[in-house]
Design a protein around this ligand. Structure first.
Ligand code: FAD
Length: 404
């Protein structure tokens, strides 16, 4: 009971506010927003937004009028501390906001590169709209980009930069791209596709220094002794969850703000959702912290339902996507822990899916340009069903029959 205060107006924060109103929640809602824009979609920042010329308003979830009509108070500023006893949030401006329920939707921030010259203006990161906007502005004057980190964001940006005509080198410490997130088959496919596009991918190497002259980047030195010329460096070496506000308030944190299967912290009046939350998952039998739009928005919906009287554990099936050049990767389920991969379709034809199994249990499906397989995987998982590895590999097996 009482006002809901939401810290962070990203995917999760926005969605809790919208879902609360949709469910008829009538108390005040405040959404604390430390970015200088209305709440917006993040995925296009490394893809369509950088490539195109549409303005920032093309990314907004809703126009300003929506917040006025829905009586969602957008508060510009940053939450700096929580008074759990007094049920108040303190803002950097000195203002305090009383809460009945507090939602921490603080997301994550970029892991910074710890190298000399890493703070020069030609060394960039991608997390917020201002980062993407700045890159879009400076790219026309740049010729050679070195991208540090071949995760989703590094590779999405690499593909975009190449399309924009830049020479592109990508450095990755692991022996394959996106190694933490996808199977070797999918890594190999994307390595090949990016190479075909003219991107040079260097695996098993690290950046050891960034060289500059008169404050302008001139290149990057690698752990194998090579030196790559560059006038732009983009760093995508992962993120750190924003847990400090919770930790300073005495809430348990580890690799995220610790919440139970209802997304509640140990304080029943404080919940955490999205990228910042390390949540107990009965389905996966462990604690998870996921970084995806699906996770943030489904967390938000689950929490809004609980706050309006429909208390259920969070049990959504994870899914994800990444657009890299002309290829669309979609992942249904969590594929970590697989011991067998079965391909359906053909990498040579640029359309295939990797069905990932642990024993005979289907953990998830990584699809490339096979949206039908992806949707099939999501429906199959929502029905808690599986198909055998033999059926998955057999293109004449009708997937729909498994859903009947
Ligand atoms: P966020 O959206 O990060 O929002 C958190 C907000 O809280 C931020 O605005 C932050 O500034 C604010 N905040 C933090 N601390 C405070 C404070 N103390 N006071 C006030 N405000 C605060 N996911 C996909 O599924 N598919 C994709 O293709 C994809 N592409 C991506 C591309 C890029 C470039 C990036 C950066 C992410 C991408 N993601 C993608 C991931 C996805 O955007 C995130 O998982 C999602 O945004 C998480 O939502 P969230 O609400 O938890 O955090």
């Amino acid at each position: 009971n009482g006002p809901v205060v939401i810290v962070g107006a990203g995917h999760g924060g926005y969605q809790v506010a919208a879902s609360l109103r949709q469910a008829g929640f009538a108390e005040p809602i405040s959404l604390i927003n430390d970015e200088a824009h209305l709440p917006y979609q993040r995925p296009p920042l490394s893809k369509a937004y950088i490539k195109g010329s549409a303005g920032p308003e093309s990314l907004m979830f809703r126009p300003e009028k929506f917040y006025q009509d829905q009586k969602i108070e957008l508060i510009a500023g940053r939450a700096v501390s929580i008074d759990r006893v007094g049920h108040k949030v303190l803002l950097a401006s000195g203002a305090t906001l009383p809460y009945g329920h507090l939602v921490l939707a603080t997301g994550a921030r970029n892991r910074l590169l710890d190298l000399p010259n890493a703070n020069l203006p030609d060394v960039r990161y991608l997390r917020i709209l201002d980062d993407s906007e700045a890159l879009r502005q400076i790219m026309p004057s740049k010729k050679r980009a070195v991208i540090i980190g071949a995760g989703f964001i590094g590779l999405e940006f690499a593909a975009t930069a190449r399309i924009k005509g830049l020479e592109v080198d990508v450095l990755e410490l692991a022996p394959r791209v996106m190694a933490r997130a996808v199977t070797a088959e999918v890594s190999e496919y994307f390595q090949e596709r990016h190479r075909e596009a003219g991107i040079r991918i260097h695996l098993g190497v690290q950046a050891t220094s960034i060289e500059a002259e008169n404050g302008k980047v001139t290149g990057v030195s690698l752990s194998d002794g090579r030196h790559l010329p560059a006038d732009l460096v983009v760093v995508g070496v992962g993120v750190l969850p924003n847990i400090e506000l919770a930790a300073d308030a005495g809430l348990p944190v580890a690799a995220g703000i610790i919440v139970d299967e209802y997304l509640s912290t140990v304080d029943p009046d404080i919940s955490a959702i999205g990228d910042c939350a390390l949540f107990a998952s009965p389905r996966f039998g462990s604690s998870l912290r996921l970084e995806s739009v699906q996770n943030a928005t489904d967390h938000a919906r689950c929490l809004a339902a609980r706050l309006t009287g429909d208390r259920k554990p969070y049990d959504s099936h994870p899914w994800f996507w990444s657009d890299q050049g002309d290829d669309k990767l979609q992942i249904a389920g969590l594929t970590t822990g697989y011991d067998r991969v079965v391909l359906r379709g053909s990498p040579a034809k640029k359309a295939f899916s990797a069905f990932c199994y642990h024993g005979d249990r289907l953990l998830g499906i990584e699809s490339i340009n096979r949206a039908g397989d992806h949707m099939f995987g999501r429906r199959l998982q929502s029905m808690d069903r599986s198909i055998t590895p033999e059926q998955a590999a057999d293109e004449s097996f009708d997937l729909k029959s498994a859903l009947a």
